[in-house]
Ligand binder design. Structure first.
Ligand SMILES: [Fe+2]
Length: 215
């Protein structure tokens, strides 16, 4: 079981955001992610190194094409940018209008988030019960982060993976996400009823219109 020092887990120390133009793009990012996965299996190390790469890409300019920066008025938009050929990771851009937010959810995998534009609020939760009762969970708010360009955050089960993310600002926010699996299903948590429910989620595509399930 992975033990994590939460005191140092909120934000990884990062250098000043870069303003590189076209020097580092999605192709180079995926190349570096593949190389990292080829040589590294230790989860905390992998997350730390993915965070460094994510910080570099999120701080670069001109790499995210306009069609992957478009909001969806009905829900935040999730664009699949890349799926690893060995299914070791996926890369997404998410676009959030003011007021759009996720429910509280888990991931069942590691994940890293960097900000391309705007700000997001991330509220992290601890689970208080032992998980033995199906469909039931007791959560407690742990801490709140403000994600902005230059900041990279992560989730890493089993102790840091429950959160709520929302755009509480007045500008469109764009985030870059990488997950250790194809994130097409998550558990959603209700703080009041303690109910845990499975929810399927889909990627958004401007050509598809509104999919049935987008969270
Ligand atoms: Fe999440």
């Amino acid at each position: 079981m992975i033990q994590e020092d939460r005191s140092s887990a909120k934000f990884l120390p990062m250098p000043t955001p870069s303003t590189e133009l076209h020097s580092y793009g999605l192709t180079e990012y995926i190349r570096d992610l593949e190389a990292l996965h080829d040589r590294c299996a230790a989860m905390p190390v992998k997350v730390r190194e993915v965070s460094t790469l994510t910080h570099r890409l999120a701080g670069s300019r001109g790499w995210l094409q306009p069609q992957f920066r478009q909001p969806n008025k009905d829900s935040y938009a999730r664009y699949l940018l890349h799926r690893d050929r060995l299914n070791r990771f996926v890369v997404l851009s998410l676009v959030w209008l003011p007021g759009q937010a996720t429910p509280i959810h888990d991931h069942s995998c590691w994940g890293v988030m960097g900000m391309v534009a705007g700000e997001l609020t991330v509220v992290n939760y601890d689970r208080l019960d032992d998980g033995s009762r199906p469909g039931y969970a007791e959560l407690q708010e742990a801490d709140t982060e403000v994600a902005r360009p230059g900041v990279v955050s992560h989730v890493l089960p089993p102790y840091r993976e429950l959160h709520w993310i929302g755009n509480r600002g007045s500008e469109v926010a764009i985030s870059l996400h990488i997950y250790g699996r194809d994130l097409d299903e998550v558990n959603v948590y209700d703080l009041v009823t303690h109910r845990v429910s499975r929810m399927r989620i889909k990627y958004y595509n401007l050509d598809w219109g509104n999919p049935d399930f987008v969270i």
